[in-house]
Ligand binder design. Structure first.
Ligand code: BEZ
Ligand code: FE
Length: 278
């Protein structure tokens, strides 16, 4: 195995993987090598460009900490996160579609009673959200655990404010006997994903904007059903067709309606897929 050249090196690397004990690891690393080599050949990667790529990935790692995951952001803006969601969340028609999880979910958010105000002081126009959780046959899903989280009127999540001592715009609710749950909050607004790191540099270098259309995040878990991670997007938002992370689905667009008293209301119904028997 000497004198390898650009025509023989890929096979040589693949051969070196022959003894990988775990078949799935073998499949993934083989695929990665084949596609990486093919990519380098296709674009005729120069050594300077290779080094720039290494520096970019290094900077991406340096930007990560407990509150910031720049690699996930990179995956998001390259469409890899949404591709993975699409491949792993094929559901029968009629089920609510899934979309990206995003980096702003927080484990252990406060639990709220039905109808409570999850804004908890977040800035924005008041809004009431009323939802149902059902199965495909229309059966109400009682006792589902619903995590909601959202940005405020300035397009920021609570975790993006230094020194905020209480969760705002997030909470955990439970559906009642008829599968219903309600909460009060503030109207979601469009916001730019964090673009002060290497991912922002990549967006600017490729002439892209960092904006996501206004949305509410939901994660719905119920016994006997597949967990649903999704958003409801705001109808009419200017970024619905150019979401920085490719997460919009037509079926997830909801109508925030202004009420006579000036407040807003959103009604949205979720349909869960039955869990596959183990
Ligand atoms: C979000 O919706 O919270 C989000 C998703 C992907 C990247 C950044 C933010
Ligand atoms: Fe979000």
């Amino acid at each position: 195995m000497r004198n390898l050249d650009e025509d023989t090196i890929t096979q040589a690397v693949l051969a070196r993987l022959a003894d990988t004990p775990d078949p799935r690891v073998k499949e993934i690393v083989r695929g990665l090598v084949r596609h990486l080599h093919e990519f380098a050949r296709e674009v005729r990667l120069t050594e300077a460009e290779w080094l720039q790529g290494i520096r970019f990935l290094t900077a991406t790692g340096h930007k990560c900490d407990d509150r910031r995951q720049e690699f996930i952001l990179l995956s998001d803006v390259l469409g890899l996160s949404m591709l993975t969601v699409c491949m792993n969340n094929r559901k029968p028609s009629g089920c609510t579609e899934a979309t990206v999880f995003g980096p702003f979910h927080v484990e252990g958010a406060p639990h709220y009673d039905d109808g409570a105000d999850v804004a908890n002081g977040a800035k924005g126009e008041p809004c009431e959200v009323s939802c149902t959780v059902r199965g495909l046959a229309g059966e109400p899903v009682a006792g589902a655990t619903i995590d909601v989280w959202q940005a405020d009127a300035d397009g920021r999540y609570d975790v993006q404010y230094a020194g905020l001592d209480q969760p705002q715009g997030r909470g955990v609710l439970r559906s009642d006997e008829s599968g219903r749950f309600r909460f009060r909050t503030v109207v979601a607004q469009a916001y730019p994903i964090p673009d002060d790191g290497p991912v922002g540099d990549l967006l600017r270098a490729t002439g892209r904007h960092p904006w996501r259309p206004a949305h509410l995040h939901f994660m719905i878990q119920a016994r006997g059903y597949e967990t649903l991670v999704t958003h409801v997007f705001r109808k009419g938002d200017r970024y619905l067709d150019s979401d920085a992370v490719f997460g919009v689905r037509e079926s997830l667009v909801g109508d925030w309606v202004r009420q006579g008293d000036g407040t807003w209301r959103l009604d949205f119904d979720f349909v869960l897929n039955r869990a596959q028997a183990a």
